[in-house]
Design a protein around this ligand. Structure first.
Ligand code: NAD
Length: 294
């Protein structure tokens, strides 16, 4: 099936990026949020990025207008009814995702494909509450979706060959590098990356190094483009905490569990870059390391 219209659920960190790249690929996009404020915030980010691309001469003014024109923000699930592909990027919470699919499935045309951008939940669990598990797959984008080249295409047991092929084709259309991953918790990248970020927090708690020195160590010593604590702030500490909970349950290994510092930061509402504070304070021109263990 040709994709002409894509539905995106959630216009947060990931949803706004997925919306933007799908519109840039020439697809009409309907993006749904839970309230007007969140919707406006996500759309505002897209508009800002398009304006910046025009300013820098990377995008023609008319093309930017056309991209924005292909995006329809909504609060109403009914507007997704004629989408060919619906990608969810809502909060990492299984019950919330299941409740959402139960509402969306009967509304959207039966031959549409459904995809989850979950970082850690089982694709199969979400597919099972829809009447179309064979048309359901994982499309795991990376943050920021506009920049990061990878798309993990995740196949659950009931995902049909045609659906998996559709996932690879969507990746190619979006100019992404695709990898096929099994429906295990964390797929390929988070299976490796999440315990690494959590371990960096434990190293910090044990006094191995300061926030800045742990980050600098991994950048200068392992050629990583950013350190693990900066990366955690970038992912969103609330999202990382949810992923850790899912993974520790799934694998039963302590290294996937939330370190105390992460738990405390999330309880305080310090979610990293998106809330303005996490392992770093983002209120000034440049991020300043804070000492969250105190
Ligand atoms: N943050 C990352 O680096 C990253 C990377 C890849 C995948 N993911 C996954 O993407 C998903 C979203 O993560 P995020 O970082 O964008 O979180 P986020 O908190 O920035 O955004 C989630 C958004 O979903 C909205 N939402 C909740 N229920 C909704 C519903 N029923 N309909 C429409 N919108 C709804 C919330 O209002 C919120 O704005 C999660 O499953 C996460 O695991 C995150």
């Amino acid at each position: 099936m040709e994709i002409a219209k894509v539905g995106v659920l959630g216009c947060g960190l990931m949803g706004h990026g997925i919306t933007q790249i799908c519109a840039q690929a020439g697809w009409d996009v309907v993006v749904r949020e839970v309230d007007q404020e969140k919707l406006d915030k996500g759309i505002g980010k897209i508009e800002k990025q398009l304006a910046r691309a025009v300013e820098k001469g990377k995008l023609d003014h008319n093309d930017a207008d056309a991209i924005r024109g292909r995006i329809t923000p909504t609060l109403d699930y009914a507007d997704l009814s004629d989408c060919d592909l619906v990608i969810e990027a809502i909060t990492e919470d299984l019950d919330g995702k299941l409740a959402m699919w139960r509402e969306v499935d009967p509304i959207v045309k039966p031959d549409a494909y459904f995809a989850t951008n979950t970082s850690s939940l089982a694709v199969a669990d979400q597919a099972a509450v829809t009447g179309r598990p064979e048309r359901f797959l994982g499309l795991h984008f990376f943050n920021p979706a506009q920049v990061m080249p990878l798309l993990e295409v995740v196949r659950a047991d009931e995902t049909a060959d045609e659906t998996a092929e559709l996932g690879l084709a969507v990746g190619a259309e979006l100019g992404k590098t695709t990898v096929a991953a099994r429906d295990n918790r964390g797929f390929i990248v988070n299976r490796l990356l999440v315990p690494y970020m959590l371990d960096a927090m434990r190293a910090y708690e044990q006094g191995v190094g300061s926030v800045e020195d742990i980050d600098t160590g991994m950048m200068a010593g392992a050629s990583h483009p950013m350190g693990p604590l900066t990366l955690a702030d970038f992912v969103g500490l609330d999202t990382l905490a949810s992923i850790a909970d899912v993974m520790v349950d799934a694998y039963g290994e302590e290294r996937f569990s939330q370190p105390e510092t992460l738990r405390r930061l999330v309880e305080a509402g310090d979610y990293g870059r998106k809330s303005g504070r996490g392992f770093y304070d983002y209120s000034g021109e440049t991020p300043v390391a804070v000492d969250p263990a105190r």
